[in-house]
Design a protein around this ligand. Structure first.
Ligand code: CMC
Length: 419
């Protein structure tokens, strides 16, 4: 493939093309400013490749999502811990690697006892995402040594679920439940969420399978807002815990991972309003209203979100298995049907995304609404870690975009009595 040509004020410049393994093509403009004096402007980075990455491939038009080449539909059969290994280390673990990996994830799941005191300082109303982000950042106070990257990766993966469980217990005023070494990763999380010291918890295999699926589907999504944040922060040389803590904060917003909480809140509003979808669809079409159908639309998927398809199917099965009859599932399906026929949504290629059905599953599992985005974060951890590690190994430059300045031109300072 040849070069790309740019004609700027009559002068021609050539820039090399970069072709990925799936034939995605980018124009390498890293020398653009040096050679021409101008920069590119790409609001929201919709056309900007920020890095080369070998972790996850998405074809948004065809609805394809693959981790290290393996389609998400095949990974449905896997366990979250092996998918985490796959994303971080680039290959499926063999039996010995998997056993060792799981042992390490189990062994490192306790928090330093002093960290429990941090929870005492948070108000009971604290959002669990705020606690998660703060607690992950504070792991760097206990493990400041950045040299053993693999050990810190294990610590983070192992302890994040303990932090998440403790955050929930704090919010409902129950005693913290310590991790149990005989339990698998997902079981351990359910134990720390739902067990109480007064009686043992029988972990439902249906719940455990649903959680495993949800975590796998969330495990990576290439250069989304939170992952780009992790890479951005990590590019300054910041440690793993600090970089991931920043990613957790980015995920919290309602346009990103926070949408799963916002979807349920929206469906509850529709239910309280009598269940009429059209009013909400009309409101979402009215730009003046500032309202959007939460769980609809995606920057990359313009046909369907493969994760949403899997979750819609799973929601039916899991609710049936658990014997849960949630009217919100019917409202969600009805809303989807109305929106998908509406020319506004059709023209803009707005389809249900991963957050549309995930909340219904979390609800059925007994996970409270304000924990939904924490669940997303637990799932996305391996992806963030994989990207942070890849960026380090690539020896990437500090990420530092430019801008087009639109402020005042040079102006004098005026003493206060003359203003
Ligand atoms: N409801 C109504 N209109 C919408 C919606 C929506 N949910 N999403 C996009 N639009 C409209 C938008 O107003 C714009 O219209 P116009 O061209 O007339 O100005 C057009 O569709 C394109 O939208 P955009 O905001 O330029 O698209 P984007 O790629 O910048 O944003 C998005 C993508 C996901 C932030 C957006 O679709 C959205 O806000 N969705 C609702 C929040 C949500 O569900 N977020 C979860 C995303 S998936 C999981 C994750 O990343 O965490």
């Amino acid at each position: 493939m040849g070069n790309a040509k740019l004609i700027l004020e009559g002068k021609e410049y050539e820039f090399p093309l970069v072709v990925g393994t799936e034939n995605e093509v980018g124009i390498d403009i890293s020398k653009l400013r040096d050679r021409t004096g101008v920069i590119t402007l790409d609001d929201g980075y919709g056309n900007t490749g920020s890095c080369r990455s070998a972790i996850t491939f998405i074809d948004g038009d065809k609805g394809i999502l693959r981790y290290r080449g393996i389609p998400i539909e095949e990974l449905e059969q896997a366990r979250f811990t092996e998918v985490a290994f796959l994303l971080i280390y680039g290959h499926l673990p063999n039996a010995a690697e998997l056993t060792q990996w799981r042992e390490k994830l189990t062994r490192h799941s306790l928090l330093h006892e002093d960290m429990k005191k941090f929870f005492e300082g948070f108000p009971a109303s604290a959002h669990p995402m705020a606690m998660l982000s703060a607690m992950v950042a504070s792991l760097s106070t206990y493990y400041p040594d950045d040299l053993d990257v693999d050990l810190n990766i294990v610590r983070l993966l192992a302890k994040a679920k303990t932090i998440a469980g403790f955050s929930y217990k704090k919010s409902i005023g129950q005693p913290f439940m310590y991790p149990m070494n005989h339990l698998a990763y997902t079981e351990n999380f359910l134990h720390m969420m739902f067990a109480v010291p007064a009686e043992p918890l029988k972990i439902s295999p249906t719940l455990e399978r649903a959680l495993n699926l949800l975590l796998i589907l969330h495990a990576d999504h290439e250069q989304n807002c939170s992952t780009s944040t992790v890479r951005m922060v990590g590019s300054s040389g910041a440690n793993l815990f600090a970089s991931i803590s920043a990613g957790i904060s980015a995920l919290w917003g309602p346009l990103h991972g926070g949408a799963n909480q916002a979807v349920i809140e929206m469906l509850e509003k529709i239910q309280a309003d009598g269940g009429g979808y059209q009013k909400f669809v009309d409101k979402a079409k009215d730009k003046e209203s500032g309202f959007r159908l939460m769980g609809f639309g995606h920057r990359v998927y313009k046909n369907f979100d493969p994760r949403s398809r899997i979750l819609k199917k799973a929601a039916d099965a899991v609710l049936a298995e658990l014997g849960v009859d949630d009217p919100l599932l019917e409202i969600a399906k009805g809303l989807e049907e109305v929106a998908l026929k509406d020319p506004y949504f059709v023209e803009r290629k707005l389809y249900p995304n991963v957050d549309f059905y995930s909340g219904i599953l979390y609800r059925a599992m007994g996970i409270p609404t304000n924990m939904f985005t924490v669940m997303f974060a637990l799932g996305r951890l391996p992806g963030w870690i994989a990207h942070w590690k890849e960026m380090r190994e690539q020896g990437s430059r500090i990420n530092r975009p430019r801008q087009i300045y639109t402020g005042a031109t040079q102006s004098p300072w005026v003493p206060v009595d003359k203003r």
